[in-house]
Ligand binder design. Sequence first.
Ligand code: 13P
Length: 274
Amino acid sequence: MLDEAYKGGYAVGSYNVYNYETMRGVIEASQELRFPVIVAFGHKYLENMSLECAFAIASSLEKDAGIPVCLHLDHCKDIDTIYRAVRAGFTSVMYDGSELTFEENVRNTMLVCEVAHACGVSVEAELGSIKAGDYSHEGGEDDKEIFTDPLKALEFVERTGVDALAVSIGTVHGVYKGKPEIRTDILRRINEKLCIPLVLHGGSGTPEDKLLECISNGICKININTEISMHTVECTGKYLAGHSPHLSVLALKQVGYIKEVVKKYAELFMNKGG
Ligand code: 13P
């Protein structure tokens, strides 16, 4: 999916999911736009749903969708969980060794690639580190911002054989505390050295012109989490202020709120030529 996007000069949205409503909203919005989608189940959400359950729901929804759907394990630092996701049927996994030393990150990513590739599963890794803004569910206060070094990125990709690389160029997990400063100059240098799809984490709230500039410079996967959650919670609050619905009705409303955000981003990503 990402190789196609890389060749076509567009990006595929990767949206975080943790229950049936998020999965349905993400897939249904993409289905209506006839655009591929990455359903990202974060390690963080294992308390909400097991890997097997995520796979069962995603595969069931995918059957009727008629578009390519990738089930991806997002931000996982635990190699055993990655292997369990591969066994459960995930088609892509992210090993997040961004907090480790370069050599440790290389070593662990190589291990993950060996197993995942043997099972036909693609691997994303991260080099550099992105910081957290407000309301982030992925990042923490202590997260440092370390921009990805283009030369190190080349060495990392050559040694590990990863399929996609997440880069740090100024986006943040969560809501930006100030004006976003996106270092597309660094991205351009990384893209000149590497010939693989690049991944942008912290998509929520990133200015549209910057997202498009990133897509023109090798970004093929853009992760969105916080904005879906914030929009849905806000709309749910407003709805509940005027109604006392049955939970089943509220759940359907939430699918609609989730779709609004997914469509907004997917339309931007696909207009780039997808
Ligand atoms: P946001 O929460 O900032 O959209 O970032 C999502 C993300 O990068 C998931 O990996």
